[in-house]
Design a protein around this ligand. Structure first.
Ligand SMILES: [Zn+2]
Length: 464
């Protein structure tokens, strides 16, 4: 029977293609239904499960979504979030600029979420090829590693690796993540022999046995090599990497952390107080950078190439002791905490605790429950400010514009609150302001950071 049908289809290629396509569509729909059926504790699904299912099926058809997407738990939830957002729009039946903006976001996000899964021959093929070539995706990680190794200073790398090991610098990070030493990914540290113009100031020339003018030449050399590195490193983020205070990458199946020369040198010059002297801001900050990058190498919550960046940066900052910047990301999550009473850091804590008793990583599920299923995909899609200028077209920047940044998401989360929850949010806001006043801190700064939540709640700050 089966053989007979296959024989018939093979005799007509067009018919065969249609049949394969509809088989794939059916499989994807079934996988989505099964996935949604397995979800529990989402109020949006309790209220509008049929609407979300049919919006999801529409997205599956329009974007040729592969059944395999639903084998990836977090991607499946991000997709369900898109379906929920789409169902919200259909339910309100409203029209206008804002709705058009959200539709554009849904289309961009659906495309980027599933870009890897498209089969050849679809009408989205050309767009996909364009996107991938702009991202430099054709370069493999072996070539990237080769360039990074070329610019690695072996002596300083060895000294820094020994320092990190002898001081047990990553032990505390593993603890917070709920990871045993055996479960943690081994990480290779590299000190890159590159730097910025002003790095001569940070260079401990005496410790390196150089006089001042030799040290100056060395610093000029660092800058020159940084420029050369940008030219040779086959990655869309070459410039970002060359100017970063540190970065992490998984290359050729191994986790790596990269630190620029000047930063590593400051740590080595302060070898004795790396752990104890938190008052020396610079070494402390560099230890924070190392821990931040190490966190990225453990249970990273980025999903696909375009989702989870803000969540991951907030996680790395929290776990590493909040010594770095990313003020935009931190401010964003502080606004969500005021609105919902749930701080993302407490979600990271719970995930760490749960990991100790060996349950699944539920970060995305917890985010969706705290901030709304329809908002999850937006929180996953929104990029930290420093990354935005480095996005490559045509879809990546468009998605950010359609999303409208952190502020717009804060308004969306606020719009999902009922009157009672809004009152509770205002109480939290008042408590925060009082707390700042009691400690003699600058309330103006707080009001500026929380301005989106304050406006979204229509809270009168002069009232107090
Ligand atoms: Zn980071």
């Amino acid at each position: 029977m089966t053989e007979n049908i296959v024989g018939q289809i093979n005799s007509d290629n067009a018919e065969f293609a249609v049949s394969e396509e509809s088989k794939r569509l059916n499989e994807a729909n079934e996988a989505f239904m099964a996935y949604v059926g397995s979800l529990e504790g989402y109020s949006e699904l309790d209220e509008n499960s049929e609407g979300i299912k049919s919006a999801g099926q529409e997205l599956i058809r329009d974007f040729n979504i592969a059944p395999s997407l639903f084998e990836k738990k977090d991607e499946a939830l991000i997709f369900t979030s898109l379906a929920s957002l789409s169902a919200d729009i259909l339910k309100t039946g409203e029209r206008g600029v804002e709705i058009d903006r959200m539709r554009e976001f849904i289309a961009d996000a659906a495309f980027l979420l599933t870009m890897d899964d498209y089969t050849k021959g679809g009408e989205l093929d050309e767009l996909r090829a364009q996107q991938e070539s702009l991202q430099g995706e054709s370069e493999d990680s072996k070539t990237q590693l080769k360039v990074l190794n070329k610019f690695t200073d072996p002596t300083i790398t060895q000294r820094l690796t020994r320092l990190v090991e002898s001081q047990g610098l990553f032990h505390e990070v593993n603890e917070k993540l709920g990871l045993s030493e055996q479960d943690a990914n081994p990480v290779e540290i590299h000190v890159l022999s590159i730097g910025k113009d002003h790095d001569s100031v940070n260079f401990d020339h005496k410790a390196n046995g150089l006089d001042w003018s030799e040290a100056n030449d060395w610093a000029v050399g660092l800058k020159k090599r940084a420029d050369q590195f940008v030219r040779e490193f086959p990655n869309q983020s070459a410039e970002l990497a060359a100017s970063a205070s540190g970065f992490a990458m998984q290359l050729d199946g191994q986790q790596h952390i990269f630190l620029p020369f000047a930063e590593a040198n400051v740590l080595l010059a302060n070898e004795d107080d790396v752990l104890i002297n938190e008052t020396t801001a610079r070494p402390h900050g560099i230890v924070g950078t190392l821990k931040h990058e190490y966190t990225h190498a453990q249970k990273n919550v980025r999903r696909g190439r375009f989702f989870g960046w803000s969540i991951e940066e907030r996680r790395a900052e929290y776990i590493s002791g909040d010594s770095g910047e990313y003020y935009d990301v931190k401010g964003f999550f502080n606004n969500l905490a005021v609105l919902t009473g749930e701080h993302v850091n407490s979600i990271f804590n719970t995930v760490g605790e749960e990991r100790r008793v060996d349950t699944d990583d539920q970060t995305y599920g917890k985010l969706a429950k705290a901030y709304g299923l329809s908002n999850l995909v937006k929180i996953a899609a929104v990029m930290p400010d420093p990354y935005i200028p480095h996005l490559k077209g045509p879809i990546e920047p468009d998605m950010q514009v359609a999303l409208g940044g952190y502020r717009s998401i804060v308004f969306d989360v606020a719009a999902g609150l009922d009157p009672q929850e809004k009152e509770e949010a205002k109480v939290r806001l008042e408590e925060k302001i009082s707390h700042f006043e009691e400690r003699g801190l600058n309330v103006e700064v707080l009001l500026e950071v929380l301005a989106p939540a304050i406006q979204a709640l229509d809270y009168d700050t002069a009232k107090k």
